[in-house]
Structure formats: C-alpha cells, structure tokens
Ligand binder design. Sequence first.
Ligand code: 8YV
Length: 313
Amino acid sequence: MKRQRVIAVGSYPEWDNEAMTQSFSLTTVARLADLADLDPSLRHETIAVAYKGGAAFGAETMDLLPALGVIANFGVGYDAIDVDAARARGIRVTNTPDVLNDDVADTALAMMLALCRRIPDGDRFVREGRWPKEDFPLNRKFSGGRAGIMGLGRIGRAIADRLVGFSMEIHYHSRSAKEVPAGWIFHATPEGLAAEVDWLVVALVGGAATERYVSAEVIACMPQDAVLVNISRGTTVDEAALIEALEAGRIGAALDVFRNEPDIDPRFLSLPNVLLQPHQGSGTVETRRAMGELQRANIRAFLTGEPLLTPVA
Ligand code: 8YV
C-alpha cells in the first residue's frame, strides 16, 4: 500500500521522527509558518498533520492543505487549533489526554513544595558556601494547608489526589459540583474558591472560554501570602494583575506556563516570590514517548479508517 503523506510540524525527539518516518511518507517542518513554503504538490497530497507547538493553527493554514483529514495534536491542550474551522472543513482533531496526567500533577506538587520549602534557595545556599556561616531562614509548613483546584478535570483531580497525601483540605471550583471524596468543598465561583485557600492551583483547559478566568478580581480575593500555581495555560490568568500582586508582595506564584512563552514578561525574572519553570509539566521521557505513540496511533487510525482513539472534534 502506498504510504500516505503526513507532515510533522514542530521539534520532535529522534524516537518520534524515526517512528513517523517508518509509518508514513513524512515531511517535517519546524513551524506552521513553514507550510506555505512547501512544494504545492506535496501540500496537496497531505492527509494528516502531526502538530506540536503553540502557534495558532487556523483556517488559513488548513486551506494550504486541501486534502487534510486529521490534525493530531501532541498534547492534551489543543487551544492553538481552531476546532470550528477544522470541523467546517471536515478535518478531525485529536489530542493526547490521560497519558500525561501523572507528570503534570507531579510537576505541580514539585513546584509547590519547592517554593514553600525554598528548595532552589537552599541548594544555592549550600553551593555558595554560606551554610557554615549563616542560618538558613525558616520557611513555611506545606502539609495540612488549604488547596484550591481551579478546574477539576483529569489533571486537577490527579493534583487533588496527591494533595490528600499531604493532609490538605481540598477545595475546588468547576462548572458544576463533581463526584468527589467526602469532605472536598465545592465553590460555585472562582472568587469564592480563591478567598478560602492557601494554594490556588489552576488546572483549567486553555482557549477563549477560560481567557483570564483567573481575573484581577479573583487574584484580589486571594489571602495574603497565598500562592497561585499554574500548570495549565498562561492565557487562563490575568498576568498583569498577577504581576502587580506579586510586586506588592501580597501573594506568591509557581508558574510552568506563561503568556507569550518562551518570551515571558521580564518582570517575572526579578521577583523573589515566584518559582519559574519552562513549561515542562509533561516533560519526562516516559510520558513524551507515550504522547508520541498516541499521536501516531490516532494518525494511523485515521489513515486506515478505524475509529480515532482520542478525538476532540
Ligand atoms: C505540551 C501541554 O504538549 O499537553 C499539553 O497541553 O501543554 C504539553 O504537554 C508539551 O509541552 C509539548 O509541546
């Protein structure tokens, strides 16, 4: 059988490139914008795109690929893809849910503990030879605090389950109350959640519906010294209001995601009350392998007329 044309957009590790080359007639481009420069005959025979990246994949780009049948996103969040435009063109969209829940939840916990117990500061303190001369400042207790999960989807739930192990009081906000263990507290509004917790952990999906969902008003409701943790999308938070609250020393933050990442607002860099991470939530070898496998399995299913494994549209 003739192998079908697939374009891989983005930077993939060797194992994904090899696997895709074996399965498909593969063209690779670094960025979506590079599609326009491809030979038109190649664009016209492209059935599937393996997409990895945050740039907006909209109608104009889809129209460069008239035979396109499926966009297989590398990642659970597919907010970069205009799903309505895809649907209007009969293009299916898939993502990679579930396989990354553990890693993203682990990253949230790691950031919370690192900020609370000042692990990066402690490491620097020892390396700089200050330990024999000075006392390392005391920090704050982590176990037993009040955690608020903004968006109790699969990842939010995995975070909450871990926090139970730290004897945390679990609060959450989502569109409606969910079936949760006894004692977990539902808040009907984001402001109501923010006001009651020491840790506000944002685990919302990205996209227009959650744009600045963690608004200036929500941030203003956070108690003094509470910490905002974001492992979802930078777009879910009013970043200007967040920076203002951080500069005032009112709250802290642990952030894996930002607006305009990787070119983040430089004001973050000089704030002592923030822990910064390079959007590495799902970044383990095991999980990235699993994400790549799921992405390819979706493409193969599409090409062979089987049901898609994890369709979003
Ligand atoms: C990225 C993510 O996919 O799954 C998501 O939505 O944000 C990440 O896992 C990853 O950074 C690769 O682009």
